[in-house]
Design a protein around this ligand. Structure first.
Ligand code: NAG
Ligand code: NAG
Length: 411
């Protein structure tokens, strides 16, 4: 089973930080608030974003910020309980913890700062950018907007195995643009228990508006982490299922949260809170489960400027912005903040991945809990050691990928 996630972020930074070996409630709180904002704006759309990536990007901005610009980021993201500056070390450690297991999965954080030619940046700021974020720094002439867009897009493409193209266009820049922060995350892992392509077949997926779409449903019986939860209220739709599927190496996993068939995801979403994420992760139990999961991709481009403003990060987008730790100039502010994320879930293992441990399909008896994701679900991809949330989102309509290379009539 291959699972590819890509994320590119431009223009702005946010900080989400989690404690090194425990989920940090304050930052997962920020992730959940971000989700609820996107949910409110998103109607029946799929959602995918990377809280950790937003955190890293905001951290980069915070490094150059002072006064209210800095305080708003610390407050909103959940850094304010840390001693000033400790968040940078934390972000560095969290990204390092994610990058150190190339035998099981690939995660690449690629941070870059594009500066206007002729603007003098504080050498200490540049030094710290490289130290904490390993950020490339390049000088461009934003008045050459088409060339700049091409350069940045090519950089993003290079860091996302060409999954994210054309992130920006010439219209995104002008002669007053001084600074663009780009943050791309690429993730590619394979499930610890992979799916057999021959078990995939066409299936109806029921959307929350009652319509149905044909999707490719993968199937397996395997050992996963599983639990049934309820907050006791009918508003949340009663009992719902949580399935945790680890990637190879077991450091990373995907949590799938599925309401009962007749309950729309919208009934469950309001109860999603940071402590609940922790409760799910801590209470799922290892056991054999029958899993039906669509083969899907999700992608989304988000205007973070408005979203972050709603979460209290306003100052850096205005003329009052104080980014004076970056440069002596007082006219620096962030005009654009865009994030694009992409997730692909298929049966195939990542290159070099060893697929095995499959259990033969038996349809005669249902002996184990069955997770049938044939209706909308919520998901989180996280680091099980640090609690960092790499991706969060929901699938309202599974967009099918390449429905050409498998034989779905074989069963
Ligand atoms: C990051 O890791 C370094 C080296 O292990 C450690 O000294 C430092 O305290 C860590 N920082 C945080 C904020 O956990
Ligand atoms: C992208 O990669 C290609 C091939 O490795 C290289 O020629 C090009 O300079 C790279 N572009 C950027 C912007 O890094």
């Amino acid at each position: 089973m291959r699972n590819t996630v890509l994320f590119a972020f431009i223009g702005l930074g946010i900080g989400v930080v989690t404690g090194c070996f425990f989920i940090n409630d304050t930052t997962s709180e920020f992730s959940v608030r971000l989700y609820h904002r996107l949910q409110a704006a998103g109607d029946q759309d799929n959602i995918i974003f990377s809280p950790l990536s937003v955190a890293v990007a905001l951290g980069m901005v915070e490094l150059g910020a002072r006064g209210a610009s800095l305080e708003e980021i610390r407050q909103a993201v959940g850094f304010s309980h840390l001693l000033p500056g400790v968040e940078f070390s934390l972000l560095q450690n969290l990204t390092a913890a994610l990058s150190d297991d190339d035998t099981h999965y690939i995660i690449r954080f690629a941070n870059s700062l594009f500066l206007q030619e002729g603007v003098t940046f504080n050498p200490e700021f540049l030094h710290l950018m490289r130290k904490y974020f390993r950020a490339d720094v390049e000088t461009v002439d934003f008045s050459e907007s088409a060339a700049v867009a091409e350069q940045i897009n090519s950089w993003v493409e290079n860091h996302t195995e060409s999954k994210i193209r054309e992130l920006l266009s010439a219209e995104d820049f002008s002669s007053v643009t001084r600074l663009t922060l780009v943050n791309a995350v690429y993730f590619r892992g394979s499930w610890k228990n992979q799916f057999r392509p021959e078990n995939t077949r066409t299936f109806s997926f029921s959307r929350d508006d009652g319509s149905e779409v044909q999707t490719l449903m993968m199937y397996q019986q395997g050992d996963f982490y599983y639990g049934e939860f309820s907050d006791g209220s009918q508003e949340a739709g009663g009992v719902y299922q949580v399935l945790e599927m680890p990637y190879e190496g077991e450091d990373m996993s995907m949590l799938i949260v599925l309401p009962r068939q007749e309950v729309p995801l919208a009934s469950l979403e309001p109860i999603i809170k940071a402590p609940l994420l922790e409760e799910w992760a801590n209470n799922v139990k290892r056991q054999k489960v029958e899993v039906y999961l669509p083969r899907f991709k999700v992608e989304q481009k988000i205007d973070l400027r408005s979203t972050l403003q709603e979460l209290g990060i306003k100052n850096i987008f205005t003329n009052d912005a104080d980014l004076s730790a970056m440069t002596d100039g007082k006219d620096l502010y962030i005009g654009k903040a865009v994030q694009k994320a992409y997730l692909e879930v298929t049966e195939e293992g990542a290159e070099g991945a060893v697929g095995s441990g499959m259990i033969a399909l038996t349809r005669t008896l249902v002996l184990y809990p069955q997770v049938m994701a044939d209706h909308p679900f919520f998901f989180v991809i996280r680091n099980r050691r640090t609690g960092s949330i790499l991706f969060m989102g929901r699938v309202m309509t599974p967009e099918v990928i390449e429905p050409n290379d498998h034989d779905f009539d074989s069963m």
